[in-house]
Design a protein. Structure first.
Length: 102
């Protein structure tokens, strides 16, 4: 589907740039494109796409952050740390005192 759209856009651009018909034909094409863009069916699809992107953006951001952490850890040679929620630091264990010898 994306390839077909790109093909149509490319054909349209090529036609506009290559035509000798002049400004009138350009204005007709521009008006047709605006009618298409403003069509309620097209706008409904645009709104659905926007909603989808808004819903998925946090997941994508988290995925990219995790990937970046993995790359950084590979470059630095350390193990990647798992994503952990913020919490208070763990209590330190003090080493046991050696037993006194008699």
């Amino acid at each position: 589907m994306k390839g077909k759209i790109l093909l149509l856009v490319g054909v349209g651009i090529g036609y506009v740039l290559g035509t000798r018909a002049g400004r009138e034909k350009y204005d007709e094409m521009k008006a047709a494109a605006q009618r298409l863009w403003n069509d309620p069916r097209v706008q409904r699809q645009v709104n659905q796409a926007e909603d989808f992107v808004k819903d998925k953006a946090p997941e994508v951001a988290e995925f990219l952050a995790d990937g970046a952490k993995k790359v950084v850890s590979q470059v630095s040679g350390s193990k990647p740390s798992a994503s952990k929620p913020a919490s208070k630091p763990a209590a330190r264990k003090t080493p046991a005192k050696p037993a006194a010898s008699h």
